[in-house]
Design a protein around this ligand. Structure first.
Ligand code: SAH
Ligand code: SF4
Length: 366
């Protein structure tokens, strides 16, 4: 049955659900091998790095699952200075990372918007436009997206988190700051402005079904998405959702393992279905499974996001519990991750931007 599905040129929604419901190792191997074959054909045996700079944990939002949500008074808040950010960007440039990601809690005030604009410009000056700049700074106005694009950033990651609107409502407070349709609109704006657009979902959320996840993959297709970043939901025990999940005994080791497996299946099916997009093997995968990122690469992912945040801030930027690499520094992470890539028989595209082939094709056609 699984073999027949994997031989099809075009998967139906039912096929996708079937694949996401795989529950034995031999079928899992068939799925993962097929995904890897597609990756080899469309991308090659190469992974690309995006150095992740977590520049501030100040956030105006209160997502129920996130460890740096506004209402958590135990979080020690920080804002990096421009000099600190430049120090990390320089490290990435000198170490041939070719791309960085600027990520933070969400803020849309004028001061923040101009700070980021200035940082983007200065990074481009420092690197002679040699560093790809991806932003992951949440929901912003059309004007702000335009401003940051004009300043020289060209990729944007904004996860839709789940495409099931009811589920989305359960994950967020019901107010104007946490509105599903606004988030959707942001993705459309990002495309209009000209970014390579990335989105993704959390996998293994309470009450999330494999049909929801199949709809997520169809959503990536419908929105003509260039980059996908998705990973397992991980409990942050100081959050409303974390408390609820723990109280309902939904965070057993077995269930965490299931979330990792489901995330790997999502990566594999997304690779098979969408073929030429960039897909990240996220740090979240590794925090639930020591070999999670390697498994992600084997399942069809081609992007890794080594944390290059200065050591002193790493522990303060914890979206979920047991974040890996907190004790490490960027040099250590580079050696460690490059070893992990080699261990699966791949090379790192040092010095190459590794833009999404899907984006390049889209630009040529239009
Ligand atoms: N504030 C920005 C970017 C930082 S959060 C934003 O929200 O877009 C980046 C991602 O971390 C979120 O999109 C969410 O999918 C993920 N995240 C947050 N809490 C998480 C958790 N407990 N488990 C797994 N992923 C989580
Ligand atoms: Fe803020 Fe992003 Fe966390 Fe939501 S997921 S609370 S927007 S940092």
């Amino acid at each position: 049955m699984i073999k027949e599905i994997l031989q099809k040129n075009q998967l139906s929604k039912e096929d996708i659900i079937h694949l996401l419901n795989i529950d034995n190792e031999s079928d899992m191997k068939l799925l993962v091998d097929k995904a890897y074959e597609v990756k080899e054909n469309y991308i090659g045996k190469k992974s690309y790095y995006r150095g992740l700079i977590e520049l501030s944990n100040v956030c105006v939002k209160d997502c129920y699952y996130c460890g740096i949500r506004k209402s958590d008074n135990n979080v020690q808040r920080f804002n990096m200075t421009k000099d600190e950010i430049m120090q990390m960007a320089k490290w990435a440039y000198e170490n041939n990372y070719a791309s960085i990601v600027l990520q933070s809690g969400e803020r849309a005030d004028e001061q923040f918007v101009s700070f980021i604009e200035d940082v983007i410009k200065t990074i481009n000056e420092m690197s002679n436009n040699g560093l790809g700049i991806t932003l992951s700074l949440g929901e912003q106005s059309y004007e702000t997206y335009k401003k940051w694009f004009a300043a020289g950033s060209h990729r944007y990651l904004l996860r839709i988190e789940t495409t099931n609107e009811n589920l989305y409502k359960n994950l967020h407070p019901s107010d104007e700051l946490h509105n599903f349709n606004d988030r959707l609109q942001c993705l459309k704006h990002l495309r209009e402005v000209g970014y390579q657009v990335g989105t993704g979902v959390m996998i293994g959320l309470p009450n999330q079904t494999t049909e929801d996840l199949a709809n997520d993959i169809l959503f990536y297709e419908k929105m003509d998405i260039d980059m996908i970043g998705m990973g397992p939901y991980i409990v942050s025990k100081d959050t409303p959702m974390g408390v609820d999940v723990i109280n309902k005994n939904l965070n057993t080791t077995e269930m965490q393992k299931e979330r990792v497996n489901l995330a790997l299946k999502m990566i594999a099916v997304t690779r098979i279905y969408l073929k030429d997009v960039n897909i990240a093997a996220t740090t979240a995968l590794q925090s639930l499974d020591g070999l999670g990122r390697e498994k992600g690469l084997k399942a069809g992912a081609n992007i890794l996001m080594p944390i290059i945040t200065l050591e002193e801030y790493r522990a303060k930027y914890q979206l979920y519990d047991n974040k890996p690499c907190i004790e490490d520094n960027s040099d250590k992470c580079k050696v460690c991750l490059t070893g992990r890539v080699k261990s699966v028989g791949e090379t790192v595209g040092f010095g190459e931007r590794g833009d999404s082939p899907h984006f390049e094709k889209r630009i040529k056609i239009s």
